[in-house]
Design a protein around this ligand. Structure first.
Ligand SMILES: [Zn+2]
Length: 128
């Protein structure tokens, strides 16, 4: 009898989840460092009254770059934190849209993925 023996359970096994958790925590640390560093850089560029206009333009260009960079870091950081939350809730590895289990390959590539590949594609096309 196959019932009750635990084989065929589709949830991600604990061991694999621990591996993802370590990667998520590492990524979280890395992103936190980057986000706070770009915030510091952005601020110090503002506080320099001796800058001539050319420098100022360069620094505001640079700031814009840092800002968009830190925005994408920030949104990845939020995804990483969400993934850790889902881990605590026991729903890690499920697509947040359709509830289907994501493929191990997908999680291997992007452990903080929120959507399965079909849903991700639909979202990119603006269908959901
Ligand atoms: Zn999905």
């Amino acid at each position: 009898m196959a019932f009750g023996c635990g084989i065929g359970n589709s949830m991600i096994d604990k061991k694999r989840q621990d591996v993802y958790k370590k990667r998520l925590l590492g990524k979280q640390e890395e992103l936190r460092g980057m986000v706070s560093r770009t915030e510091l850089d952005g601020r110090s560029a503002d506080d320099d009254p001796t800058q001539d206009p050319a420098d100022k333009a360069a620094s505001s260009y640079n700031k814009e770059f840092l800002f968009s960079q830190s925005n994408s870091d920030r949104s990845t950081l939020a995804d990483v934190q969400d993934a850790l939350d889902r881990m605590n809730e026991g729903t890690y590895g499920e697509c947040v849209l359709c509830g289907e289990e994501m493929s191990p390959k997908r999680l291997e590539a992007v452990p903080w993925a929120r959507h399965c590949i079909p849903c991700q594609e639909k979202q990119e096309e603006g269908l959901v």
